[in-house]
Design a binder for this molecule. Structure first.
Ligand code: NAD
Length: 391
């Protein structure tokens, strides 16, 4: 029987298996993931800041997929593309006829000296919890150390991850100050960003509103400054040093290391895919989500990696595998973004939406939009019947 191996149970992988079942493909569908739960990676910053618990943003994969899907909990080490096998850490290799690689992202340090060793990044539940634990322990330590750097948090990078994290920290840290009886006026949250403009992909008035909002909550933003090194407790730039005992790294992402370990032609572990999302010269391999790089047919520029595009890619890949199994022509991938929502803590945000018109939103209403987006994503990924039946 034909085997379709889907690697990774993030947005792209979960959506791909859901759509393959929906397409009624005559094939064995195997979903491989390194832990038994799916997590909403767009909300990891809330775990890192401590405004949400892991149980708020995770669900059991087996409860959420159709019983037509075989779930294998194991770590993918590499793909043997010649023999068409997925090499797994614990189990025997998994032979496939079609591969959907949706192994997701890792944090990127761009080789900046000391960044990996001396800062904390988060790309999954465990690393987000490690950020939270380090930050809380360090803040609490001030009671005995009286070291002001214990009260200083530096966020490196002000992309969407950095800005959304700053929003949560601005909300959470005053609560921690009360909890640990810390001097609030000595607590500092600082962001260091290379680009002169914060949230450059949003219209000027929205990015300015976001910066003003964070500043009003006490966040210090230093933009137009490139970080060149991170030493223990120090973020170094060309002419300034920022001393802090909590340093959080959010300067960008790359695809899973499995991509380079499997010999793909790649840049930052992302592979430029064909217009049907297959890999050049390997028509049975599809890459979706953060391991893929998809050029916009009109501009030729690569689309940014988002949950929204991952889900759209998974739909096309499932339809294309179904088409090929039925001897039909595959579809070309096209994408129109529905917009961008950037939260600034639990009660504010900025958003530009292209749904039922063009909307530029800021303030409290954006947190409601964000909640709708989060809830919708669960419906897009999970089989509702299986979720309702699970206990
Ligand atoms: P990013 O690449 O979007 O942002 C990283 C930021 O770090 C950039 O502003 C960059 O200028 C800065 N930077 C890089 N090197 C630096 C250095 N040496 N010194 C100082 N600053 C430096 O990365 P991200 O925020 O992790 O996001 C990754 C992807 O996920 C993006 O495509 C993003 O759009 C997407 N995302 C979207 C949302 C959302 O839609 N709400 C949320 C999180 C992430």
């Amino acid at each position: 029987m034909t085997t379709i191996a889907v690697l990774g149970a993030g947005y792209a992988g979960m959506r791909a298996v859901k759509r393959l079942v929906h397409e009624k493909v005559d094939a064995r569908i195997v979903l491989v993931n390194n832990n038994p739960y799916h997590y909403e990676s767009t909300q990891l910053h809330e775990i890192a800041a401590g405004t949400k618990e892991p149980s708020d943003i995770t669900f059991d994969i087996r409860d959420a997929v159709s019983d037509k899907v075989e779930v294998v909990i194991d770590t993918v080490e590499r793909i043997d593309r010649e023999s068409k096998q997925v090499v797994l850490k614990e189990s025997q290799p998994l032979a496939y006829d079609y591969l959907v690689n949706a192994l997701g992202f890792e944090s990127e340090t761009f080789g900046i000296p000391g960044a990996e060793e001396n800062s904390l990044s988060f790309s999954n539940i465990d690393s987000a919890l490690a950020v939270r634990e380090h930050m809380e322990k360090t803040l609490a330590n001030y009671a005995t150390s009286h070291d002001e750097n214990d009260l200083h948090i530096v966020v490196c990078g002000a992309g969407f991850t950095g800005i959304e994290l700053l929003g949560e920290l601005a909300w959470r840290v005053p609560q921690l100050a009360k909890q640990y009886s810390l001097p609030e006026d000595l607590i500092r949250i600082t962001c260091v960003e290379a680009s002169p403009k914060i949230l450059a992909m949003l219209p000027d008035n929205l990015s300015k509103w976001a910066v003003d909002y964070l500043t009003s909550k006490g966040v210090e933003i230093h933009n137009g400054i490139m970080i060149t090194e991170v030493r223990p407790g120090v973020v170094v730039t060309a002419d300034q040093e920022f001393h802090a005992n909590t340093i959080i790294w959010t300067t960008g992402v790359r695809g899973s290391h499995v991509i380079c370990d499997s010999g793909y032609e790649q840049k930052r572990n992302r592979v430029i895919v064909e217009d049907d999302l297959s890999v050049k010269g390997h028509p049975d391999e599809y890459l979706v989500g953060d391991v893929s790089a998809v050029p916009d047919a009109q501009s030729g520029r690569l689309y940014p990696t988002t949950a929204q595009i991952s889900i759209a890619q998974a739909d096309v890949v499932a339809a294309n595998i179904a088409a090929r199994l039925a001897g039909r022509e595959p579809h070309k991938f096209t994408f129109k973004s529905l917009g961008t929502v950037c939260s600034l803590g639990p009660h504010a945000g900025v958003a530009e939406l292209n749904m039922m018109g063009h909307w530029k939103l800021k303030g409290h209403k954006v947190s409601m939009v964000k909640r709708l987006v989060n809830d919708r994503s669960v419906l897009e990924l999970a089989h509702v019947k299986e979720m309702l039946e699970s206990n």
